[in-house]
Write a protein that binds this ligand. Structure first.
Ligand code: HEM
Length: 180
């Protein structure tokens, strides 16, 4: 079947395959690493260092590079597939949730192992639920591709001139007033 594809389409399939494989690793890490962190409780001595090594290896060498590859491949797909739709903006909101989870995970690792303050079940459950919400939201928008109005997603920000009226204009006025 793949021989029947045009060269351009082949490239799209390849980049999409890389994107989805990287997403799978990234999402898996965001859900499973917080669970590993729970195992810190009750450990002492060398066992703590072993767990730290495993968690750090997974976060630094596997999950973070996968996140990077996923984002780069996703950005390439925007232009290869010419995805300029409102559902994609909605998808970006949920990607922001996943990025926040990723940053939070780094914080959790530092707190658990460098500050020696192990995570509780509530924090870990919160991290997992937030990651699952992000993953489900992204998958919903990218697979269902619902037809949405820009106003529904961005509200008044979709109106021409909104940025200038609400942010840029007042900011410039403030800067000018500071120079007086
Ligand atoms: C900055 C991050 C991301 C960008 C820029 C991005 C961008 C894209 C683009 C442009 C496509 C092609 C859509 C199409 O062919 O109709 C795509 C496909 C896809 N993305 Fe992402 N994406 C990102 C993150 C994610 C995440 C976090 C997930 C899942 C949790 C995800 C899951 C998928 C899936 C399953 C597809 C295949 C959809 C299909 O072929 O119908 N993406 N992505």
């Amino acid at each position: 079947m793949i021989e029947a594809l045009l060269p351009g389409e082949r490239a799209i399939w390849l980049v999409k395959a890389v994107h989805i494989a990287a997403i799978a690793i990234w999402s898996g890490g965001l859900v499973s690493l917080p669970v590993l962190m729970l195992r810190r409780r009750g450990l002492t001595g060398e066992a703590v260092h072993d767990l730290h090594r495993i968690v750090r290896y997974l976060h630094v060498e596997i999950v973070s590079p996968a996140a990077f590859v996923a984002v780069i491949a996703g950005m390439a797909l925007i232009f290869m597939r010419e995805i300029f739709f409102v559902w994609f903006i909605a998808k970006l909101y949920f990607i922001a949730v996943l990025v926040a989870c990723h940053l939070g995970l780094g914080q959790m690792i530092s707190r658990t192992f460098l500050l020696d303050r192990p995570m509780g079940r509530v924090t870990v459950s919160f991290a997992i639920v937030a990651a699952l919400i992000g993953i489900t939201g992204v998958l919903f928008f990218v697979l269902a591709k619902p037809i949405l109005s820009l106003t529904a997603i961005a509200g008044e920000a979709a109106e021409p001139g909104w940025l200038e009226d609400s942010v840029v204009g007042p900011l410039i006025s403030l800067l000018i007033s500071l120079t007086k």
